[in-house]
Ligand binder design. Structure first.
Ligand SMILES: [Zn+2]
Length: 70
């Protein structure tokens, strides 16, 4: 993470992100690959459901507890 303020990934949202949604699309990503979306408190559920219904969602972690895989 850079020291820029992380912003929610929801369309049009400019609120500071609190959550990290880790996901993987098995059609285009290898199984260990993790894409991440950031979410504010308000959009965490919306974004989780979007990924969840597609079977992509792997993990929802507080941003402060998230560590980028090295
Ligand atoms: Zn948001």
């Amino acid at each position: 993470m850079s020291d820029e303020t992380p912003i929610c990934s929801a369309k049009g949202c400019r609120i500071e992100a609190v959550w990290v949604l880790a996901w993987n699309n098995p059609k285009i990503h290898t199984p260990e690959r993790r894409k991440t979306w950031l979410a504010c408190e308000e959009h965490r559920e919306h974004l989780s459901q979007f990924l969840g219904v597609r079977g992509f969602l792997k993990d929802v972690v507080l941003l402060k507890e998230w560590e980028e895989p090295r």
